[in-house]
Design a protein around this ligand. Structure first.
Ligand code: A3P
Length: 306
C-alpha cells in the first residue's frame, strides 16, 4: 500500500500494477463478470494521455452515419466519458443500473479502460473485440497527471508536492502504473496482434490528426474512408473533437462524470511540451534515463516538443 497520484488517497499493488485502493474490488468484479462482445470497441489508455480526445474521435467515427449532422451531435450535449464509459469505475462504484445497462448498450458498444493489458478481463483479450490504445510522452503525462490530481483531490487532503510525486512516478507508483509496463504491454500486443490492438501516441494524433483518424477508421473497418464525402466527414469529426471546441462546450464546463470528477478538469492545455515549464534540469536527466532504461530497444519512443 502506498500513497501516490491516483483517484483516492492510496494505491495498492495488485496484479503487478498500482490500483487505486478504492477500485480494487471494482476491478475484480469487472474481470470476473464483464462479458465482451466480438464487436465491442475499447479505448484503452494510461491516465492523462488523451483518453477524452480519443473517446470523442472514436465515438464520432463509429457513429458517423447515425449522427451525420454535426449541428446536432451527441458530443455537443454529452461529455465523451458519458458516451464511452469506463466499466471498471462502474463496478468500483457498484452502479447496478449502469452495469446492467452495459449489456443493452447499442452495438457496437464503445467502452473504455485504464487497466494494463494483462489485467483485462479474459473475455476482452479472448474475444474479437478491438482495442485502440493511446499513450503520451512521459514528461507531459506526468505534468498532466499532477495538475489533474491536485485539482480533483478533496479540499481537506494535502496538495501533491511536485518533487515527491515525481519520485513516485519515476518508481512507477501512480494509478495503473508503472507507466512503462502499461505502454509496453499494449505495444507488444499491437505488434503481435495487429487486428486486435491499434497503438496511438498523443503527439502523433496532434501532429497529423487526419492521417491517424483514417488509421482508426480503417482499423475499425469503418466505411467512412470510402466515398467522395469521406474527407469532408473526417474534417468535420476533427473539428468537432478539437481541444478548443470541446473545452468551450457548456456540457464540458460544468457538472461531473459518474465517479464524481468535474468534467472541466479533463481539458487543461492540450499541448505537447508544456512539461518544460515544470521540470528542473536534474528531473529532465532522471526521467530521460528511465525512459531509455525502460523503453530502449522496444522500438517505442516519443516526441517531447511540439
Ligand atoms: P493537459 O493536462 O496536458 O492539458 P485524459 O483525457 O487521458 O485524461 O488526458 C487529458 C489530457 O488530454 C489533458 O492534457 C487535456 O487537456 C488533453 N485533452 C483533452 N481533450 C483534448 C482534445 N480534444 N484534444 C487534445 N487534447 C485534449
Amino acid at each position: 500500500k502506498e500513497s501516490g497520484l491516483g483517484a483516492g488517497p492510496y494505491l495498492h499493488l495488485f496484479q503487478d500494477f498500482w490500483c487505486p485502493t478504492n477500485s480494487v474490488e471494482g476491478v475484480n468484479k469487472f474481470q470476473k463478470h464483464f462479458d465482451a462482445k466480438d464487436n465491442d470497441v475499447f479505448v484503452a489508455s494510461f491516465p492523462k494521455s488523451g483518453t477524452t480526445w480519443l473517446k470523442a474521435l472514436t465515438f464520432a467515427i463509429v457513429n458517423h452515419q447515425q449522427f451525420s449532422s454535426f449541428d446536432n451531435h451527441p458530443l455537443l450535449s454529452s461529455n465523451p466519458h458519458e458516451l464511452v464509459p469506463f466499466p471498471e469505475f462502474m463496478y468500483s462504484h457498484d452502479l447496478h443500473d449502469q452495469i446492467l445497462s452495459l449489456s443493452n448498450k447499442s452495438e457496437p458498444r464503445l467502452l473504455s479502460t485504464h487497466l494494463p493489458f494483462p489485467s483485462l478481463p479474459q473475455s476482452i483479450t479472448k474475444s474479437n473485440c478491438k482495442i485502440i490504445y493511446i499513450c503520451r510522452n512521459p514528461f507531459d503525462t506526468f505534468v498532466s497527471v499532477w495538475e489533474f490530481f491536485n485539482k480533483i483531490k478533496p479540499v481537506s487532503s494535502p496538495e501533491f508536492i511536485f518533487e515527491e510525486a515525481f519520485e513516485k512516478y519515476c518508481n512507477g507508483i501512480m494509478g495503473f502504473g508503472p507507466w512503462w509496463s502499461h505502454m509496453l504491454g499494449y505495444w507488444k500486443e499491437s505488434i503481435t496482434r495487429r487486428n486486435k490492438v491499434l497503438f496511438l501516441k498523443y503527439e502523433d494524433l496532434k501532429e497529423d490528426t487526419v492521417f491517424h483518424v483514417k488509421r482508426i477508421a480503417e482499423f475499425l473497418d469503418s466505411p467512412i474512408t470510402q466515398g467522395g464525402e469521406s474527407n469532408t466527414v473526417i474534417e468535420h469529426i476533427i473539428k468537432l473533437c478539437r481541444f478548443e471546441k470541446m473545452k468551450d462546450l457548456e456540457v464540458n464546463k460544468s457538472g461531473c462524470i459518474l465517479n464524481g470528477v468535474e468534467k472541466k478538469n479533463f481539458f487543461r492545455k492540450g499541448e505537447i511540451g508544456d512539461w518544460i515549464n515544470y521540470f528542473s534540469p536534474s528531473m529532465i536527466e532522471k526521467l530521460s534515463k528511465i525512459i531509455e532504461e525502460k523503453l530502449g530497444g522496444s522500438g517505442l519512443s516519443f516526441k517531447v516538443h511540439s
